[in-house]
Design a protein around this ligand. Sequence first.
Ligand SMILES: *[C@@H]1O[C@H](CO)[C@@H](O)[C@H](O)[C@H]1NC(C)=O
Ligand SMILES: *[C@@H]1O[C@H](CO)[C@@H](O)[C@H](O)[C@H]1NC(C)=O
Ligand SMILES: *[C@@H]1O[C@H](CO)[C@@H](O)[C@H](O)[C@H]1NC(C)=O
Ligand SMILES: *[C@@H]1O[C@H](CO)[C@@H](O)[C@H](O)[C@H]1NC(C)=O
Ligand SMILES: *[C@@H]1O[C@H](CO)[C@@H](O)[C@H](O)[C@H]1NC(C)=O
Ligand SMILES: *[C@@H]1O[C@H](CO)[C@@H](O)[C@H](O)[C@H]1NC(C)=O
Length: 934
Amino acid sequence: MCRKRKMDISIGNHGVVVLALMLIMLVANGEEQRTREIGLGVILDIDSHVGKSIWVSILMAIEDFYGDTNNSTTVIVPHFRDSKYDNVEAVSAAIDLLKNTQVMAILGPQKSSQAAFVLDIAQRSKVPMISPATNPDLSPIRNPYFIRIAQASSTQAQPIAALVKSFGWREVVFVYEDTDFGRGPIPFLFDAMVNIGTQVKFRTLLSPSSSDYEILQLLYKLKSMQTRVFVVHMLPALASRFFKKADEAGMMAKGYAWIITDVLTGLLHQLDPQDMDSMQGVLGVKPYIPPSNQLKKFERRWRRRFRKEYPDIDRVELDMFGILSYDSIVGLAMALTRVGSELSTIFKRAKKASTDLAAIGTSDMGSKLLPMIQNISLEGMRNRDFEVVNGQLQMSRYQIVNVIGKGEKHIGFWSSRNGISNQLISQNQSSDYTTNKDDLGTIIWPGDTPRFPKGWEIPTGGDNILRVGVPAKGGFVEFIEASIDPKTKVVNASGYVIDVFKAVIDAMPYDVRYKFLPYENPDGQRIGDYNDLVYQIVLDKFDMVVGDVTILWNRSNYVEFTLPYSESGVSMLVPAKVDDSKNVWIFMRPLEMELWITIGGFFIYIGFVVWVLEHRVNKEFRGPPHQQVGMIFWFSFSTLVFAHKEKMISNLSRFVVIVWIFVVLVLTSSYTASLASMLTVQKLQPTLMNMSELKARGDYVGYQDGSFVVNMLKDMGFHGDKLKKYSNFKEYANALSNGSTKNGVSAIVDEVPYLKMLQAKNCNKYVMVGPTYKTAGFGFAFPKGSPLVAEFSRAILKVIEEQMRNISDKWIRDEADCPGKNEDVEPFDKLTLESFKGLFFVAGLSSTCALLIFLFMFLYENKEILVSHDSMHHKLTAIIQNFDKKKDLVPSETETVNDSNDYIEENIIGGSPMSPAISVYHQGEGVFSPASPM
Ligand SMILES: *[C@@H]1O[C@H](CO)[C@@H](O)[C@H](O)[C@H]1NC(C)=O
Ligand SMILES: *[C@@H]1O[C@H](CO)[C@@H](O)[C@H](O)[C@H]1NC(C)=O
Ligand SMILES: *[C@@H]1O[C@H](CO)[C@@H](O)[C@H](O)[C@H]1NC(C)=O
Ligand SMILES: *[C@@H]1O[C@H](CO)[C@@H](O)[C@H](O)[C@H]1NC(C)=O
Ligand SMILES: *[C@@H]1O[C@H](CO)[C@@H](O)[C@H](O)[C@H]1NC(C)=O
Ligand SMILES: *[C@@H]1O[C@H](CO)[C@@H](O)[C@H](O)[C@H]1NC(C)=O
C-alpha cells in the first residue's frame, strides 16, 4: 500500500485536475442526471516523452468529450500508474489497478514487452487493454482484449521494401534493437525483401544497453562489408547514440543509405539538435496523418496543456501516439455512453482467493464493452479517420520523409494500393502499384549529395576506388594506350576503348571512382597476354579490366563479362588489286578459262555438224576443201553475233542451229551483264577470295600478337610456320604491302574492329573478304558475381544507343574520308562452266542426235554400196565419195535476207540484253521459211 500512496502522490497534480473537472460536470448536469464513474487504468512510462504525451492527450480527451456532451450517463476517471520502463512494474501496476481500483479498461502500457505481460492479466480478467504496442507478435486477433491503437510494426515492411525497390538496391543490412519491439518486424521485413528480390546480407542486434564502444565496433564491421543500405529499427534513445557513432565511423557520408522505421521517424522531434545533425540524409517511413485545421487547433491546445502539465520541459511536440490516444479515449467514452449505465462496475470474484491473481476476478463490463471498442469509427469527427477494425487501428498510408536540417522533409507517400506516389491518390481513383523513385521528392542523401547511393561498394580496398586494369601495350593505340607519367605516377589512358569506358561511367546512375592500372612489370614492360590480363582479376590485382578484351568462353570461366560494346567477328583483310579496267585482257575476265575452252570447242563442233548436214545439199557448203574448212569456222562463229548469212536447207541443220543460237544468246547476254558489272561496280578486287584459298596457296598469314586469333587459325588448319604476329598497324600495313613472297603476308586475320581501323587508315588499299567468324566482341571484365556487371551492361546499352556513333567516328575514320571506297566489296565471281553445263548438254545432245540421224539415213540410202563392196577400205571410199556428191534438190524460192543483222549489231552496241532475242526471232523466220528438203 505504501507503493500505491507514492503513486498517488506522483500524480497528485493530475488528480486535482480530474476532480475539478468532475465537479464542473456535476454542476452543469444538474442533480437529476446521475453519472456513473468508470475507472480507466493508465500505465505509462511517465518519464518518457511518449508517456507524457499520451497522458496529456488522455486528459484532454476526457475534458473535451464530457465538456461537449452534458447528458452522458458515464464519466471516465483515469487512474495513473508509472511502469518505470520495467515489465514487472507494469505488471504489478496492472494487478493493482484491477484488484484495488477495479478499472473497466486499461490504456497502456506503451512498450511491447510490458504489454505482453499486462495483456495476459487483462485477458484473464476480461478487461480491454488499449495499447500502442507495435510488436506484431501481440495480435488483436489472438488476444481479443487487446486493442492496438498503432500500426503493427510489421505493416511498415511493405513501404520499406517499396523504398528499397524503387532505388534498385539489391542488398540491405538490418540493424535492430534487441527487445521485443526490435525483433518484432524483422521476419516480416525479411519476407518483404525476399519478395522484391533483395538480399538481406546481414542483420545485427544491438542491446539498448550497449556501450558506445560496442556500437562503434559493430559499425566498423558493417563498414567493412560491401552493403551500403541499412534499415535501422530502434527507439530514439538507442538510435541517437547509434547515429552519432555512425557519423563518427564515417558512415553518414556519400554512398550510404539509411532507412529508419516508423516509431523512430514519428519521434524524431524528441532527439536533440546534435543528434539530428548526425542523422542528415536518413530516410524514414511513418504512418500518415493528414494535416487539417482542426488538427492544428488541437495541437495548439495540446501544447498549452502540456506546458501547464509539465512546465519544466521545453521541447514540446505532439506525436502520433498523442493523437491516437486522444481518439481512442473519445472512442472509449462514446462506447461507454452506450453501455455504461446499466452494467456493474464491480469485478466478479471468488470468495476465497489464495493468490493476488486469483483475487482479481473478472470484469462484467469488459465483455460487453469489448465489441463496442473492437470496431471504432470516428469518421469525420475530427476531419480525419480514426478507424479500428477487429481491435487493430487501420492506417493504410505511409509518409516517406528525409531528415534535413533540424527536422524532416516530406518526400512522398506509400499506400498499399498505389505504392509510392508523390501525391495522395484518392481511394476511388484507380492506379497501379508502382515503386518509382522519380515519384519521390528531392532527397538529400548522407554526405549532402542529391545523387542516390547505389547501395553497395566495391568490396576491395579502403578507398572505394575501382582498380581498372588496362593492357600495357603500345601497338594499337587507337584502341587503348596507357602511359604512366614518370613524375606524377598518374596513369593517362586514351583510345577508343577508354572513350567508351568513360561514356559508360557517365551513363551510370551513380558516381564510380576509378583509377587505371596498366598490366606491366615494374620496368614498364608488358607481361603476358590478354588471358593473363583478365586472370589478374581472379588474383585480386584489379577490380575490373578495361581493354580491347574479347569476350571468350575460356575467359568467362573465371571472370564475368559485360555486354559487348564493339562490333564483333573475326575476318580477313587482303590487299586490293589495282583498278582492273586498264587491263588489256579484261574482256577475258567474266568467264573462267574452262568455259572459254568449252565454248570454243562447241563452236567448232557445231560448225562441223552443220557442215556435215548441209554439205550434200547446200551449194554454199561445197567447194574446195580449204574453203569448206573456212566455212565451218566462219559459219559457227558468225552465229555468235547472229550474222550467219548461209541459208540452211536441211531440217536437221536448222534444228541444230536453232538450239545453238539459243545457247549463244544465253552466253552472250551473261557475258555482257558480267562484263558490264565488272567495269562499273568493281573497283577493288581482293587478291584472295577466302581463307581456304589462302590455306591452299600456303601463303603467310598475319595476326595480332597476344590475340586469341592465333588459336582460331590453328584450329582452322593453318600451319604454325605460316603465321606471323604483328603488334601495330604499321607492321600490319608493311607486311601486307610486302606480300607473302617478300617476307610479308598475303592476308591479316583479326577481329573486325581492328581490320576496319586498318582499312580506314589505308584508303582503298585493302579489302575485307571471306566469311566473318562469329565472336562476341569486346567487353569489360569483372570478378564473378560482381553487381557491377549488370550496372555496366545497362550503361553500355545506353552508350551504344546514344553516343557510340560519335565515339567510333572519332577513332575509326569513316569511309566518307576515303573517296570512291566501297566498303563491302563482294568478291567478283567469274562465270563458271558449272553454271552452263545444262545448256551445253542440250546443245551437244541436239547436235549429236541430228548427226546420228543424218548418218543413219545416209547409210540407209547407200546400203547397196555397203553390200556391193567387199573390202572395208572400198566401202569407206565409196561412201565418202557418195557423201561428197551433191544431192539435187528442188531449188528453193527466192528469199529476202532482211537487214536484221545490222539491226542486231546496233543493239549489241546499244547494250540491251533483250534485243538479241528479238533478232533471233527475225532470223528464225528467215531460216525457217524455205520448204523442207527431206
Ligand atoms: C447542455 O445542457 C444545457 C441545459 O441543460 C443545454 O442548454 C445545452 O444545450 C446542453 N448542451 C449540449 C451540448 O447538449
Ligand atoms: C444526449 O443528447 C444528444 C443530443 O444533445 C442525443 O443525441 C443523445 O442521444 C443523448 N445521449 C443520451 C445518452 O441520452
Ligand atoms: C468489426 O468489423 C469487422 C469487419 O467490418 C467484422 O468482421 C467484425 O465482426 C466486427 N466486430 C464487431 C465486434 O462488431
Ligand atoms: C471520388 O471521385 C469523385 C469524382 O471524381 C470525387 O468528387 C470524390 O471526391 C472522390 N471520392 C473520394 C473519397 O475521393
Ligand atoms: C593523356 O593523353 C592524351 C593523348 O595521348 C593527351 O592528349 C592528354 O593531354 C594526356 N593527359 C595527361 C593528363 O597527361
Ligand atoms: C584458357 O585460359 C587459361 C588461363 O588463362 C589459359 O592457360 C589457357 O591457355 C586458355 N585456353 C585457351 C584455349 O585459350
